[in-house]
Write a protein that binds this ligand. Structure first.
Ligand code: SF4
Length: 350
């Protein structure tokens, strides 16, 4: 069964594989650095978004040693917009660790998992795609394909153990790297979350969910807990030439090490922006703007009110710990998270 399944899938892959910036031509293997870089970028981010970032990173830092030698701030600002910034910090730390061992990524699971930011999925993807080892990389796409092939009706996340075990059994001895990418491609282009294209699927003959007529309902999921909403007030202080006052967030935690405009703490529960306005980071004639900036993080929604003021003197920056002016033409080079770009945009459009 496993061989038939793999052969059908690989034959399909040879004809229908997606062309992706990080993918080697047929018959060749992508070097570990590029597999790792693309896999870290693709975590929680779509292929379409990652493409441009990937090209820029590779042009600027063509080797793991080059990335390791870059200042963290440069990496964070090149990453700005991809979200989940802990990934960028781990990316940099991992590049350094690999550069220290001569620029070679380990081939074994334990060695890869010991590196910063590499979990079981990424380790398996690197082992399979870069080294052609028999490893099973189960991401959301693959999870869906396996749940349907095997008609696994247990809801996620409980179904993970069963799905992971079955996925591992199906990996063929030959062409493990192509097989891993074929499963990813099948999930992304044929076995899609809604309306899977079973009529053109190379695995339709062995698909249990198709036989039972339940493909579209799988994988099942346990109901999710609602995300809480945090609220706060962001203070945009601008000079007459448009330069904005920024400060650096603490190195650890949410958006660690990134730049931001000063803001009140972000808290759940009742929030009155007028109260926060009474405690501004610097004395100025603050105006509270209408409307909110909304942003969603992994674990919470954020609603920021925005206050704006014009600085009467450059010296105000010294009142904010780590505060510094940033002129508008340099904003793109700063490690500004998307939510802060939205805040500054709101203040300048208002
Ligand atoms: Fe997915 Fe349909 Fe193929 Fe089954 S037959 S794996 S449900 S696309």
């Amino acid at each position: 069964m496993a061989m038939t399944h793999a052969l059908r899938l690989l034959t399909w892959y040879d004809r229908h594989r997606r062309t992706l910036p990080w993918r080697a031509p047929p018959g060749e293997r992508t070097v570990p650095y590029l597999v790792w870089l693309s896999e870290i970028m693709l975590q929680q981010t779509t292929v379409a978004t990652v493409g441009d970032y990937y090209r820029r990173f590779v042009k600027r830092w063509p080797t793991v040693e080059a990335l390791a030698a870059a200042p963290l701030d440069d990496v964070l600002s090149a990453w700005a917009g991809l979200g989940y910034y802990a990934r960028a910090r781990n990316l940099h730390a991992c590049a350094r660790a690999v550069a220290e061992r001569g620029g070679r990524f380990p081939e074994d699971e334990a060695g890869l998992r010991a590196l910063p930011g590499i979990g079981p999925y990424t380790a398996a993807a690197i082992r399979a795609i870069a080294f052609d080892h028999k490893a099973s990389a189960v991401d959301g796409n693959v999870e869906r394909v396996i749940a349907r092939l095997e008609a696994i009706e247990t809801p996620l996340p409980d179904a993970k153990i069963e799905i992971t075990a079955r996925a591992a059994e199906l990996v063929p001895d030959q062409r493990a790297g192509d097989y891993a990418q074929a499963m990813m491609d099948l999930g992304a282009t044929v076995c899609t979350p809604r309306k899977p294209l079973c009529v053109i699927c190379p695995l339709s003959r062995s698909c249990r969910a198709l036989k039972l007529g339940i493909a579209e309902t799988l994988p099942r999921r346990s109901p999710k807990a609602e995300k809480p909403t945090r609220r706060g007030l962001a203070f945009v202080l601008a000079r007459k030439d448009g330069a904005v006052l920024l400060r650096k967030r603490p190195p650890k935690g949410l958006l660690g090490g990134m730049d931001e405009v000063p803001s009140s703490p972000w808290r759940e529960g009742k929030f009155n922006p007028a109260d926060a306005l009474a405690d501004p980071p610097v004395p100025a004639r603050w105006t509270l703007l209408d409307g909110l900036v909304r942003h969603t993080f992994t674990h919470f929604h954020l609603e920021l009110s925005v206050a704006r003021a014009t600085a009467t003197t450059d010296r105000l920056a010294t009142l904010v710990p780590g505060g510094a002016w940033c002129t508008l033409d340099l904003l793109d080079d700063r490690a500004l998270p998307t939510v802060m770009r939205k805040v500054i945009e709101k203040a300048s459009l208002a």
